[in-house]
Structure formats: C-alpha cells, structure tokens
Design a protein around this ligand. Structure first.
Ligand code: UDP
Length: 311
C-alpha cells in the first residue's frame, strides 16, 4: 500500500486530495498547523487509513517509517489570508518547501509542489502557457505568495537536479468547491455567503477582470495524475472556461434566487486583469480534462455553504 504525506491536509484542497488518495488505496499522513485549515474538513474520512499530525512544516519534519509520496499543499492561499499572514506565507513556501524536499530525499519519496497561477502575476501573455515566465511585482502585497511559490519551484528543480529527487510541479488555477472557508475572502465564498444572507455582493473594481474556475474534484484528479506521471516540468491544472467576475457574481445571485444587489468595491493592488490556463500539456501528457461544468460545481458548492451557514 503506497504511503503519502499531505501537508495542508486540513485545508480546502489538501482535504479533498487526502480523501481521493484514500479512495485509491493510499495510506495518508496529513500534516497541518491549522492556521487556515480546519479539522472539520477531515471529519468525513476519520476512521480510514488517515492520521492528522499537527505540525508547522516550516520546522524540521520527522516522519517514522517509509514514505512513497510527499504532496506539499500547506500555505495560506487566498489573497486575504496571505495579506494577513505575509511572513508565514513566505516561510511555508520557502522553509516549508525545503523541509518537505529534505524529507522526500531522505525517504526516497516522490515530491509534488502545489504551485500556482500566481507565478504568472498580472500576465502579459494570454492564455498562460507553462513556458511564460510571468509578470510579478515582488514588493507588492501579493508578492509574498507569488515569490514564495516562485522560490519553491526553483528549490524543487534544484533538488531534482542536484539530488535526483523525483519531483512534480502543478500550477493550480482558481479552484472552488465544498470546504472553502466561508470567510476566506475569495470571490466564490464571498459572493455565495453574501447572496445567501441577502447582503450586497461585493465586486472589486468594475468586475471586468477575468478568472477561469475549476471544480475541486477535477483539480485533484489532475494532481494525482501528475504525481503518477513522469512529467518533471510544471503543468497547469485549471478549467479554461474564462468569465468576468461580474458575470460570476450575477450567476451566483441568480442561482441563489437572492435579491442582493451587486456593488463595486475598490480593486485590490496588483489584482490580475485576466487569467486562463493553457492546458495543452495536461491534456497531452496526463490525458486530463476538466469534467464538471460551472453550474454543476456552483450547485454543489452552494449546497455546502447553505449547510455551513444554516440557510
Ligand atoms: N473579488 C471580488 N469580490 C470579492 C472577492 C474577490 O470581486 O469579494 C475579485 C478579486 O478582486 C479578483 C477575483 O474576484 O479579481 C478573484 O479573486 P479571488 O480572491 O477569488 O482569487 P485570485 O484569483 O485573485 O487569487
């Protein structure tokens, strides 16, 4: 039975990934310091072959016994979180990645880094292909996340080249689904909780900026395929279905049947104007394709927020 470590296992994507690995017969060690994670996210699979270790991976990581795979998913990941936790964000991307790579090297485990479309910054190439080097402001408020992940990618490639660690890098585009924190500040949790409460729905700027939204089960499927593939170079995983943030807000208001108004709030600094993954590499190398249409994904996510908010 393969044994995997998932850092950030009590987080949104980490918990879905852990569950998907259990479904595929893995034994899973989850690690989380619960800064942005929540033990409620792992409740659906407690009692299975899963243990949660409460640990901050910016400190030395000790795991007893053999380990076949390390999935490094620990990090604050919403703009609101990494603005509030800038030093933790830099440390988990820098020191945390270093510790996880050291562990993978020691155990002879294969390592996968959860990187991000934020490495492309406010992109000047559209859609974004993996060979685009990005347009990132290192000293802006988002720089703590973007540069931590860029440093992490460089560290991964160095461990691959110098120590021959088997490594994978996934660049995750906007992902949504159940287990996102209601108040994590991202567009979908914000719009859904506002619409369900009948409050104003806050579009930042004029809402003409675009994002491409991937349902979490599709994302996790791509991540597992990548880990089990032989692809060392970075691979975008995301849904190319691009839309404006205003259109997303309108869609969510309509879906909830809410009478909420859509209002404009100031656009955050360095907010990317466009974002859409070119997924040619994932399609050809992993035979991966997103399957869940937006309306279906939004329905499932809305059902979760209704339960969570008791509305
Ligand atoms: N956004 C918004 N209202 C909100 C939260 C976010 O209009 O209450 C916008 C945000 O400015 C960005 C987009 O929605 O243009 C996606 O933001 P999110 O925080 O979900 O992720 P990002 O793609 O910026 O990392």
């Amino acid at each position: 039975m393969p044994r995997a470590l998932v850092t950030g296992a009590a987080g949104f994507i980490g918990s879905h990934l852990s569950e998907a690995l259990l479904d595929r017969g893995f034994s899973v060690i989850g690690m989380d310091n619960l800064v942005t994670g929540d033990v409620a996210n792992i409740a659906p699979f407690t009692g299975r072959d899963f243990v949660l270790v409460r640990h901050d991976v910016t400190n030395f990581i000790a795991v007893e016994g053999p380990l076949d795979y390390v999935f490094h998913f620990a990090s604050p990941a919403s703009p609101v979180d990494y603005l509030q936790l800038p030093i933790q964000t830099l440390k988990v991307g820098g020191l945390g990645t270093h510790n996880c790579l050291g562990l993978a090297k020691d155990k002879g485990a294969r390592f996968l880094l959860a990187s991000t479309s934020e490495v492309y910054g406010d992109p000047l190439v559209h859609p974004q292909r993996e060979d685009y080097w990005g347009n990132v402001n290192p000293v802006g408020p988002r720089g703590v996340y973007d540069e931590a992940k860029r440093f992490a990618e460089a560290m991964v490639m160095a461990y691959h080249r110098v120590h021959s660690v088997e490594t994978r890098i996934v660049r995750i585009f906007n992902t949504y689904g159940p287990r996102m924190r209601v108040n994590d500040g991202r567009a979908i949790p914000a719009f859904m909780s506002q619409a369900l409460a009948g409050e104003d729905v806050t579009v930042f700027g004029d809402g003409q900026q675009t994002r491409s939204l991937c349902y979490v089960s599709d994302l996790v499927d791509g991540v597992v395929r990548l880990m089990l593939s032989e692809v060392t170079d970075p691979v975008n995983i995301g849904n190319p279905d691009e839309m404006s943030i205003r259109a997303l807000a309108e869609r969510i208001v309509a879906l909830t049947g809410s009478s909420s108004r859509i209002v404009e709030h100031p656009l955050p600094v360095d907010d990317p104007k466009v974002r859409q993954p070119d997924i040619t590499r994932a399609r050809t190398l992993l035979e991966w394709e997103p399957r869940v249409p937006l309306d279906e994904g939004l329905d499932r996510t809305l059902a979760y927020f209704r339960r969570k908010l008791g509305i």
